[in-house]
Ligand binder design. Structure first.
Ligand code: NAD
Length: 459
């Protein structure tokens, strides 16, 4: 599962050759290390209105911290409000919430342009804008939707492991709402290493800033299905790192690996096939008996049984739908009707870019993953009354045992088909799941966040 090409183009003579030949030059990504600074250098905040000032104040203000963090607690970053010549910025935040006409994009966007050649390795560009609505005046909607196209194109131009992502505020959501700050922080941080070219909508000012940004899941109990290996294992480890107590679930056949994961993270293991009729009740009973509560459910267990539809068998179709979507619907139903999953609960499901753009040979898998995207959108409103959310993460090409089975040449090509020109790691998906599970994502509802390095999904 090692990306030999990535290693070659980053060492010695092969690096030079790759450059001369104009071959893709993926950069090793900046990934989260507990205790490391949020960004490695000054941050430029552009946008000279009230929203720009408010965000600049949070970014530059003195760090407050636990307990009971508020928006007034700052992040203690070196913030510039004008581009200083010859400064190597770690990040550029483009606050565009106030634009009412496309003409107004020029000034802040061109000010950012001047800094891009000097952007630090693993740098960040984050836009903060408002959602375009059908009730907007045409020029207003054009300006707002324009940010979408701008951001996605800019993300494709950035190099050196730098990414571009956007936070999109629904009408009426203040720029200092917990989830605006949470999403901005996630995009600036190394936790979002493989998230690129994505815009995440914040629907409300629900949610809360965590007492600690290092351990935002303190006191929460999380269940992760399919946790014995791959992405599920990384999710279990990451949620535990962020402070959660984790129940690791997998099939009995994976019992040994599952126990090892649970022991490593001081959680508990539950051997369970998620397609069992009583899976929801058993998950809840285990969490309540062993840990006294249940706050977060991560539906990660998933399988592929690829076949062209012309050759599809009922068994291949039905098993994929049963594990990847029907089990999630049944478990959610059991949890939501129990009354014991009601304290700002979080559901995070694993979708896939195949469920967005389709993939030859994967009609069954894509139906299940498209199903996940629809399910979280429709489940989210059911959770809002008690401060809950349901969201999905859609991984692109991630280096796991699942993708190691792809033939070698196809695998090499698949790795390069995104803006970061490499496959993601399981931890990259896990970081996005952990963010959506955190208190600061309480205003993000029914969304599907892609973790795909801006995969060319062809839709
Ligand atoms: P994986 O095959 O390495 O691991 C999946 C885990 O789920 C295994 O431990 C397996 O035992 C468990 N599982 C399968 N059926 C189960 C059941 N009925 N009950 C309980 N556990 C069960 O897969 P992965 O690559 O880590 O993928 C994890 C999730 O991410 C899946 O939902 C997958 O569809 C999704 N995903 C992966 C990629 C990728 O590139 N690897 C891309 C997009 C989406």
């Amino acid at each position: 599962m090692t990306d030999t090409y990535l290693n070659l183009v980053n060492s010695g003579v092969t690096k030079k050759i790759a450059k001369q030949l104009g071959l893709p030059q993926p950069t090793p990504l900046r990934r989260h290390r507990p205790g490391a600074p949020l960004v490695d250098g000054p941050v430029l905040v552009l946008g000279r209105d009230g929203d720009g000032d408010a965000l600049a104040a949070v970014l530059s203000g003195p760090a407050g911290g636990a307990p009971g963090a508020t928006v007034l607690d700052g992040w203690d970053l070196e913030v510039h409000r004008h581009a200083h010549p010859d400064t190597r910025y770690a990040a550029v935040v483009l606050v565009l919430t106030g634009v009412t006409h496309p003409d107004q994009l020029a000034e802040p966007v061109l000010a950012a342009a001047g800094t891009l050649k000097g952007l630090a390795r693993g740098g960040r560009v984050v836009t903060v804008s408002r959602e375009a609505g059908v009730d907007d005046a045409p020029a207003l909607a054009a300006a707002r939707q324009g940010v979408d196209g701008l951001l996605r194109s800019l993300a494709k131009e950035l190099r050196g492991g730098a990414t571009g992502n956007g936070v999109v505020l629904r009408e009426g959501v203040p720029v200092t709402a917990p989830s605006v700050l949470g999403a901005l922080r996630f995009f600036l941080s190394a936790r979002s290493a493989f998230v690129d070219g994505q815009l995440l909508t914040v629907a409300s000012d629900a949610g809360a800033l965590p007492a600690s940004w290092e351990t935002p899941l303190d006191g929460r109990v999380a269940v992760v299905t399919g946790a014995a290996r791959g992405i599920g294992k990384a999710i279990a480890q990451t949620l535990a790192r962020d402070g959660a107590t984790v129940v690791a679930v997998d099939v009995p056949a994976a019992g040994e690996q599952l126990a090892a994961v649970a022991n490593e993270i001081h959680g508990t293991a539950l051997q369970l096939d998620v397609t069992a009729d009583d899976a929801g009740a058993r998950i809840l009973a285990h969490a309540l008996q062993r840990h006294g509560r249940l706050d977060v459910v991560v539906h990660n267990a998933g399988i592929t049984r690829d076949k062209l539809l012309a050759n599809m068998t009922p068994d291949k179709w039905e098993s994929v739908l049963a594990v990847n979507i029907a089990s999630q619907l049944r478990i959610n139903e059991a949890l939501l009707t129990s009354g014991d999953f009601a304290d700002a609960p979080r559901i995070v499901s694993l979708a896939s870019t195949s469920g967005i753009a389709g993939n030859r040979g994967q009609t069954n898998y894509a139906a299940s993953k498209g199903g996940v995207i629809g399910m979280v959108r429709a489940t989210a409103p059911l959770l809002v009354p008690f401060g809950g959310t349901a969201n999905a993460v859609a991984p692109g090409f991630i280096e796991t045992e699942m993708t190691a089975r792809i033939p070698a040449v196809t695998r090499q090509v698949a790795r390069r088909l995104n803006s970061l020109q490499q496959g993601g790691l399981p931890v990259d998906v896990a970081e996005a799941v952990a963010f959506l599970a955190s208190p600061a994502a309480g205003g993000v509802v029914g969304e599907t966040l892609r973790v795909c390095g801006q995969n060319l999904v062809g839709r």
